[in-house]
Design a protein around this ligand. Structure first.
Ligand SMILES: Nc1ccn([C@@H]2O[C@H](COP(=O)(O)OP(=O)(O)OP(=O)(O)O)[C@@H](O)[C@H]2O)c(=O)n1
Ligand SMILES: C[C@](O)(CO)[C@H](O)COP(=O)(O)O
Length: 260
């Protein structure tokens, strides 16, 4: 059990990392390195101090990169399959589902999410849009303008009571519904999903251009860590009771572990 003031159960970070990275074109994306550290390693490193255990879904036949401290299982054919397997591989009361492909995770965002999930059972980070939005028309020309007010770009991490999101996944399978994220599976059943303000640094590394951006951001991000600023923030949060778990480093029991 946790020693939180706002969550009374264990929390597992579940990281789908079993994609093939087709759009990036450098092999399985989670293993691609930015300034000497894999995207997966960066995601695990950011979440591990804030949760009870970290479980990762990997492509069949691949092992965790050296130094990445997590439990690994074999992922599925789609992201949704991989997440469903991860959900069955933990018995934690709460889960934080996070794409390995989003390597920069500000801890204040995670703490906000965990606070929100206590109230609603489901929460995601979502970013207001800054650009004008238009649907492409004929011959690649300007089509219909889409008002951007109220629109949000959905990111990860997303936080859930595990039973709630397990049920939403089971219902999606039963309905043959393929979603693009997990919060949407709860929302399609009428469940409430709290939106927590996102962060531009949580962008998903998808195309080669994103990798260049990640390299540039990593230079700043790693610099902050090396002077202890980010760890200091976690310590401060822990001392004020904002970190929702004791972090003893122990895992929770898996229902159907399929070790990678
Ligand atoms: N069968 C799959 C497909 C995707 N993912 C994970 O889901 C996250 C988001 O997926 P995406 O960015 O689309 O990654 P890829 O599927 O690797 O990329 P692409 O679609 O370009 O092949 C990634 O961390 C990816 O590893 C997964 O665990 N299992
Ligand atoms: C889950 C997600 O990151 C939320 O924005 C996104 O939908 C994943 O999409 P992908 O095409 O599987 O990368």
């Amino acid at each position: 059990m946790t020693s939180t003031c706002f969550l009374s159960g264990t929390v597992a970070a579940l990281i789908p990392a079993a994609g093939s990275g087709t759009r990036l074109g450098l092999g399985p994306k989670a293993f691609v390195e930015v300034r000497g550290k894999s995207l997966l390693g960066r995601s695990v490193e950011a979440l591990r101090p804030l949760v009870d255990e970290v479980v990762v879904a990997l492509p069949d036949g691949l092992a965790l990169p050296p130094g990445v401290e997590a439990r690994a299982i074999v992922g599925g054919v789609t992201r949704q399959d991989s997440v469903e397997r991860l959900l069955r591989a933990t018995s934690a009361e709460y889960v934080l589902i996070h794409d390995a492909a989003r390597p920069f995770v500000p801890e204040n965002v995670v703490l906000d999410l965990l606070e929100a999930v206590h109230e609603t059972g489901a929460a995601t980070v979502a970013l207001p849009l800054a650009d004008t939005l238009v649907r492409e028309g004929r011959k690649g020309d300007w089509g219909d303008l889409t008002p951007r007010e109220g629109l949000r770009a959905v990111q990860t991490p997303q936080a859930f009571q595990r039973e709630l999101i397990l049920n939403a996944h089971a219902q999606a399978v039963a309905d043959g519904f393929a979603g693009t994220d997990d919060a949407g599976l709860v929302a399609r059943l009428g469940g409430r999903v709290r939106l927590v303000p996102g962060d531009a640094r949580l962008f998903k590394v998808t195309t080669p251009g994103d990798l260049a951006l990640a390299e540039a951001l990593a230079a700043v991000w790693d610099g902050e860590r090396s002077v202890g600023r980010r760890e200091g923030e976690v310590e401060k949060a822990r001392n004020t009771g904002r970190v929702p778990v004791h972090f003893q480093g122990q895992g929770t029991e898996a229902e159907e572990p399929e070790e990678a």
